[in-house]
Design a protein around this ligand. Structure first.
Ligand code: ADP
Ligand code: MG
Length: 409
């Protein structure tokens, strides 16, 4: 068997593991049950793809969305991994099953609802399964932000194969959800590996909004490279896209109301381009693998700190310097408060807490990164040197200094 390092270099073409990848891969190759909590873009897929190549048999990947599975399948096949999807959308199911039986697959992607199918279980019993990878594992938890009842069907299936290692993967940051995933999927506490959430190459800038679009026009004029601008509404994305195009930049719009073919083309053009700007609603971004996004701007307040982190995290996945610039106004908070008043009463305290946390982030005169990372349970240094407040400390009244003057007068 080749070493993990050799597989990494020769098959994946990467010179080195990133962050906790080596630890996760090591545990999986030792057959130990593991939960990997790694931010979006940290490289979770490699943590099961590499063992899938190193171990004998097929790795079963359970994933929530057919579209995500097909993206992953394309990427895996492109580097020569023998992979297939087994979903209701696939017309070649018989062929896939035959390949699986013949031991001709490193990876088999399936939806969690398959877990209850007797046919699927028999299939797994007949062939050799090397690993169960449970992607987007927070879907198993009602505490998570995306609970999917189908994920609760997985435990009985996993327990039928107690000797097959299991690897759960998620980007979810919240403590409560992590604990719940361990319990729901039968992973011991010592099996949890959490990666750091800091993205040091992203420069965080947050400014009060003045007027409607001039600040965004200026930002786009100053920022080379591809960028994403998140706007609040479908109408706003189209209007802003038109304004920016008129300034000579290549711009596309993206929102759920566009014709699917137009949406797919705009996304494709953006991924292929080196300097295009995508003006989008938050419908844009999930599952998009573009490492060289140089800036992400928010034309208004995001939904939560988690959403802000995830959306800004689409910048600079290649590790090169990148910018995240958020513009906000008091009216964003007013609108958010109004929205909260309309949700079910039992959800209101949580929503209010999320809004307060966002308020602290945008209004602080201190380090933005520190607030962000503390939110995710880390204890970062007082200053980061790469956010607006660290680079350019706002003028504040120095109370001690003032007091000293009075005392010495
Ligand atoms: P996640 O699922 O954690 O959001 P992905 O698995 O989609 O992240 O990986 C994000 C990007 O990082 C992909 O383009 C992937 O090819 C790249 N990547 C993964 N591991 C490495 C590595 N060790 N070195 C360089 N790039 C990597
Ligand atoms: Mg992923």
């Amino acid at each position: 068997m080749s070493s993990p390092e050799e597989i990494l270099q020769h098959i994946f073409g990467f010179p080195a593991f990133r962050g906790v990848q080596r630890d996760v891969v090591g545990r999986v190759l030792d057959g130990r049950r593991t939960l990997a909590v790694m931010p979006t873009g940290a490289g979770k897929s490699l943590c099961y793809q590499l063992p899938a190549l190193a171990l004998e048999g097929t790795c079963i990947v359970l994933s929530p969305l057919i579209a995500l599975m097909h993206d992953q399948l394309r990427a895996a096949t492109a580097i020569g991994i023998k992979a297939a999807t087994l979903t209701s959308a696939d017309s070649n199911q018989a062929e896939t099953i035959a390949r699986f039986r013949a031991g001709d697959l490193d990876l088999l992607y399936a939806a969690p609802e398959r877990a209850t199918s007797e046919g699927f279980r028999n299939l797994l019993r007949d062939a050799k399964v090397s690993l169960f990878a449970i992607d987007e594992a927070h879907c198993v938890s009602e505490w998570g932000h995306d609970f999917r009842p189908d994920y609760r069907l997985l435990r009985p299936l996993l327990d039928e194969f107690p000797d097959v290692p299991r690897l759960a993967l998620t980007a979810t940051a919240d403590e409560h959800t992590r604990e719940d995933i361990l319990v729901q999927l039968g992973i011991p506490h010592e099996g949890m590996i959490v990666a750091g959430f800091d993205r040091p190459n992203i420069r965080y800038l947050i400014s009060p909004r003045q007027g409607t679009t001039q600040q965004l026009v200026d930002l786009v004029a100053e920022q080379p490279g591809a960028g994403i601008i998140y706007a609040q509404t479908r109408a706003a994305t189209e209007k802003l896209a038109a304004t920016l195009s008129a300034k000579g930049r290549e711009v596309r719009a993206y929102h759920a109301g566009l014709d699917p073919a137009v949406r797919a083309k705009n996304q494709h053009d953006f991924v292929a381009s080196e300097d295009m700007v995508m003006v989008a609603t938050i419908a844009f971004g999930m599952g998009i693998d573009k490492p060289d996004v140089r800036f992400v701007a928010h034309a208004g307040l995001p939904k939560s700190i988690e959403a802000y982190y995830q959306e800004t995290g689409r910048a600079g996945r290649d590790g090169e310097p990148s910018v995240a610039h958020l513009f906000w106004g008091a009216e964003d908070f007013a609108r958010a408060r109004q929205r909260i008043a309309e949700v079910e009463p039992q959800r209101q305290p949580g929503e209010r807490q999320r809004l307060t946390a966002l308020g602290a982030l945008v209004e602080t005169g201190g380090c933005r990164r520190r607030i962000l990372l503390k939110h995710f349970g880390e204890d970062p240094p007082e200053t980061c040197g790469n956010c607006d407040n660290c680079l350019n400390p706002p003028a504040t009244v120095d109370v001690t200094e003032t007091a000293r003057k009075f005392l010495s007068a």
